[in-house]
Write a protein that binds this ligand. Structure first.
Ligand SMILES: *[C@@H]1O[C@H](CO)[C@@H](O)[C@H](O)[C@H]1NC(C)=O
Ligand SMILES: *[C@@H]1O[C@H](CO)[C@@H](O)[C@H](O)[C@H]1NC(C)=O
Ligand SMILES: *[C@@H]1O[C@H](CO)[C@@H](O)[C@H](O)[C@H]1NC(C)=O
Length: 377
């Protein structure tokens, strides 16, 4: 990534281990839309937050003590949709975040929270509590569902679950619905809060994340035009507030660590492209990176995708671009055996985009998509 040095000095970067993203704090005061444009031109987008851990990582990138607020990628749209309080897309597979078990005639489109009774769900006023005998939390460490006998408003139930467990319960399929219903009846409870809520906020990068971490009684839309979200860095550290999008404030961008480039080119052309536009062709020297590659190659248009692996005929060895020998390996049967055919020039490595994403050895003249990395290490 080329960048003018003075801007580069204003930036600091931290990698998040879980989401394979890098956070870039930009210490320039811009409106939300200007910040969005800046992030898209220089990185991937304004930052998306999936969970509490992302907030911690993001805050580490903010390296100026004077900064009080930063824009994040969340903004308001005209359409309200139902989503889960446990908003990390990694928790869901396929379309199971869309599983619903509404009672007949529900939701009747007037309330933004929901409760469960006799296994069926109803929408309900988030700030009412008297009809509810409690709520059910989910604990990701124990994978358990915990009934809590407290009549509180939905936000307080959410805070309790986040403080003591992981979040309010999500229901991903009929089996889970039946399990949770049993916990409700075993606990002698009537209607209980579940994690399903409705809002009209979406992320700039169109991510599925429904994780929200608003301050108490926010969003409040003071003045009727608070359509963008900022994260508080000092007081109420990590909490979010809705704000007028025209206000100018520093912001945080994110950059995906791995980027799939859907151009069909030779290995040498791919290498040049990555070095000019990112950092390098990807080196898959650990199972963790292979896992990230697996996510990224799903969208490839070729059956295999170049990575930064090449064969040294003279030494009869496979080596990553930065000189590391291959320790972690994921070769397809019959590939990477060391018995390479060096007749038509050195062979290079690609990862299959389908199946179980194994590695194959190919002549470098094949035309494939490729994966660049933005990581320096
Ligand atoms: C729930 O998870 C937390 C960690 O988030 C753990 O300390 C606690 O013991 C768990 N509680 C139960 C009841 O499993
Ligand atoms: C329900 O979802 C859980 C969690 O994803 C999964 O382990 C389980 O196999 C699913 N059950 C069915 C019947 O789909
Ligand atoms: C790249 O190759 C694939 C497979 O041959 C093809 O489907 C795709 O349209 C090509 N993409 C471009 C940009 O040429």
């Amino acid at each position: 990534m080329e960048g003018n040095t003075s801007i580069a000095l204003l930036l600091s970067a931290v990698f998040s281990e879980c989401v394979s993203r890098q956070y870039h704090f930009v210490n320039q005061k811009l409106s939300w839309s200007e910040a969005q444009r800046y992030c898209r031109e220089n990185y991937t987008d304004l930052v998306t937050i999936n969970n509490k851990n992302d907030i911690e990582e993001l805050l580490k990138s903010v390296n100026d003590d004077q900064v009080q607020f930063v824009w994040i990628g969340l903004h308001k749209t005209n359409i309200k949709t139902w989503k889960w309080s446990l908003g990390d897309p990694a928790f869901y597979t396929g379309s199971d975040s869309q599983y619903r078990n509404w009672a007949h005639g529900q939701p009747n489109e007037d309330e933004d929270c929901s409760n469960m009774n006799t296994g069926e769900w109803c929408d309900y006023n988030c700030t009412h509590s008297t009809q509810l005998t409690g709520f059910i939390c989910y604990n990701d460490s124990s994978k358990g569902h915990i009934p809590v006998h407290q009549s509180v408003i939905w936000r307080n139930a959410q805070s309790f679950c986040r403080d003591h467990h992981t979040d309010l319960v999500s229901v991903r399929n009929l089996t889970e619905n039946t399990q949770i219903e049993k916990i409700r009846t075993d606990g002698g409870m009537n209607a209980v809060w579940i994690g399903l809520f409705r809002d009209s906020w979406e992320w700039s990068d169109e991510s599925e994340s429904s994780f929200r971490n608003w301050r108490t009684s926010v969003p409040d839309n003071v003045g009727g035009n608070e359509n963008c979200a900022e994260l508080w860095v000092k007081t109420e550290r990590g909490r979010w507030d809705d704000r007028n999008c025209d206000i100018k404030t520093p912001f945080v961008c994110h950059e995906d660590e791995l980027v799939l480039i859907r151009l069909n080119v030779s290995w040498n052309e791919a290498l040049r492209y990555c070095r000019e536009n990112h950092v390098d062709l990807v080196s898959v020297h650990s199972e963790q990176i292979q896992h990230q590659v697996t996510e990224v190659v799903k969208d490839a248009s070729t059956a295999a995708v170049w990575m930064g692996l090449h064969h040294y005929c003279a030494m009869n060895m496979w080596i990553w671009l930065r000189g590391e020998v291959v320790c972690y390996q994921n070769w397809a049967a019959g590939h990477g055996t060391g018995q390479e055919d060096c007749g038509d020039g050195p062979r290079v490595g690609a990862v299959q985009s389908g199946g179980d994403q194994r590695w194959i050895s190919l002549p470098q003249t094949h035309k494939l998509n490729f994966i660049c990395t933005n990581s320096q290490d």
